[in-house]
Ligand binder design. Structure first.
Ligand code: ZN
Length: 187
């Protein structure tokens, strides 16, 4: 079942509302039935989520999503390179996912490292990418927002995704608040 982008964003935000007040229960469908159904019939995830690898940022929980619901790409600092872009292209062009959500977060260590100009081995490639878009910004949250916008611009450089943007595919930027659990949609 293909889910239109507007409905997908509504489902994500409804799930996020449940998450904010959740105890230990998980509302996404992770039942044996769902597992067997998706095993047999394949996946139609209703959203692609690009977010940080940070262990506090758990998209399936944040949106109370289950098996087959989200196509998730996680990299420190939610930066995207060729492999990540290929994954997003696959989801929107082969799995018909209409919503691409880029989700930065508060208190991000990758953003902090970019602000204090920390460079080390392979981590440098992530830091360089973040520094290319945050300029002299020293505020972690504002820098996270600038970084989300940079990731969105990178995704839009994909020809496949750009063509699909005219065909109901939407890219939405957001920030996850690590203290409240709330996902704030960026304008
Ligand atoms: Zn992070």
């Amino acid at each position: 079942m293909v889910v239109e982008s507007k409905k997908a964003l509504k489902w994500l935000l409804e799930g996020n509302k449940d998450y904010i007040d959740a105890k230990r229960n998980h509302k996404g469908d992770i039942s044996k039935e769902k597992r067997l159904h998706t095993h047999q019939h394949g996946q139609n995830p209703y959203a692609v989520v690009i977010c940080c690898s940070d262990s506090r940022v758990i998209p399936e929980n944040i949106f109370m999503a289950g098996i087959g619901d989200l196509f998730v790409i996680r990299l420190a600092g939610n930066v995207v390179g060729d492999f990540a872009l290929g994954s997003i292209e696959y989801a929107v062009s082969h799995l018909n996912t209409k919503l691409v959500l880029v989700m930065g977060h508060t208190m991000c260590g990758a953003i902090h490292s970019a602000i204090i100009d920390h460079h080390e081995s392979f981590i440098s490639s992530i830091i360089n990418e973040i520094q290319s878009c945050i300029g002299d910004c020293k505020d972690n949250t504002i820098a996270s927002i600038l970084n989300v916008k940079n990731t969105i611009n990178k995704i839009k450089k994909s020809e496949i995704i750009n063509e699909l943007l005219e065909n109901d595919v939407k890219i939405v930027g957001s920030i996850y608040h690590t203290h409240s659990g709330e996902v704030e949609i960026l304008k």
